[in-house]
Ligand binder design. Structure first.
Ligand code: PHE
Length: 332
């Protein structure tokens, strides 16, 4: 009986296809109510002389079944792992897949300022910066603005209250001319980019925008020098076939003062567009920073950076620069 049971078990074990089947075979023969277990319990009921041989045979049968089970479980476990390795194969030596992410870009305003620094740098100009919160002297007085000039009105300029009552958010980068000339003797060749503030807001005006100032002080500087420097820079910055046109204008800190128009391609047409202000530095301004205006003179010009980029790329709404919409920014 024992041998028959054992053979049956070994036979079942050798043809079992899953671990679950093997577990069931184990229960069937060796479980608490398994056939071999029940048979073993009968041993004490046998005649005394039969007990040793039956007990021994039963224990050996049990061992054999256990070994066969263990072997088969090992084989099945092996092939299961093999299957996993085949189906979930990972080549840890393979080069990684490229990770795609949107690369960062400089904001178009910042990028244009850097271009200006490069282009004017080639022409011998270095970069100067100053403060966005400025005092009346540097923003107005030293630049020859009369006390009743409209730019000094509350509706045109942001004045700061309280203890900083006399301070303003600078309305132009021309204050940097003063700050630079106070500390540096001629010859001077600087450009000065920065944020400026005016109480304007619509599609083409923002209460904060950027300007870039250019100042050259030396002996015998002329409007021809101004024209050459500005035209050379614009050819590099905007378009090689641009040209310049000057119209008489007025700024307190330049004499003569000029409105600068550039010939540019707009909507498939070549048009004169106003790009900024310019002029020869007013002798009063030089006097205010202790530069001898008999010995030295110079030119200055300033233009709006957003406006330049708008012209260059045909952008019609200035506010796009500040909304930080990646669909806009990623085009540059
Ligand atoms: N600061 C002037 C403006 O903001 C521009 C300018 C700069 C004009 C330098 C002349 C010379 O309108």
């Amino acid at each position: 009986k024992i041998i028959n049971l054992k053979n049956e078990a070994i036979q079942k074990i050798s043809t079992a296809k899953t671990l679950e089947e093997l577990r069931n075979i184990e229960i069937e023969f060796l479980g608490r109510k398994g056939t071999l277990t029940l048979l073993l319990r009968e041993v004490p009921l046998l005649p005394t002389e039969d007990r040793p041989i039956c007990g021994k045979t039963a224990n050996e049968a049990k061992k054999e079944i256990e070994v066969a089970l263990a072997e088969q479980i090992f084989i099945q476990e092996e092939s299961r792992m093999q299957n996993i390795q085949n189906s979930e194969w990972i080549d840890i030596s393979a080069p990684s897949k490229p990770i795609f992410f949107k690369s960062g870009k400089r904001h178009p305003i910042h990028a244009f300022i850097q271009e200006c620094e490069t282009v004017f740098g080639r022409l011998g100009f270095s970069v100067a910066e100053a403060y966005e919160i400025e005092d009346d002297f540097h923003n107005f007085e030293a630049l020859n603005f009369p006390p009743d000039h409209p730019a000094r009105e509350m509706q045109d300029t942001f004045f700061i209250g309280g203890k900083l009552e006399k301070m303003v958010l600078r309305t132009q980068t021309s204050d940097i001319q003063i700050r630079y000339m106070e500390k540096n003797a001629p010859p001077i060749r600087i450009i000065a980019p920065g944020k400026v503030y005016r109480k304007d807001a619509d599609a083409t005006h923002s209460p904060m925008f950027h300007q870039i100032e250019c100042l050259m002080i030396d002996k015998n500087v002329s409007l021809a020098n101004l024209r050459f420097i500005l035209l050379s820079a614009l050819k590099d910055l905007i378009s090689p076939d641009t040209d310049l046109r000057f119209r008489l204008s007025f700024f307190p800190f330049t004499e003569p003062s000029l409105e600068v128009d550039a010939l540019l391609q707009v909507d498939g047409e070549r048009k004169w567009l106003e790009i900024g202000g310019a002029g020869m530095v007013h002798p009063n301004v030089l006097k205010n920073v202790n530069i001898n205006s008999e010995e030295y003179n110079g030119f200055a010009f300033g233009f709006g950076i957003e406006r330049m980029i708008m012209i260059k790329h045909g952008i019609t709404d200035l506010r796009l620069f500040y909304e930080n919409d990646l669909r806009f920014l990623s085009q540059f």
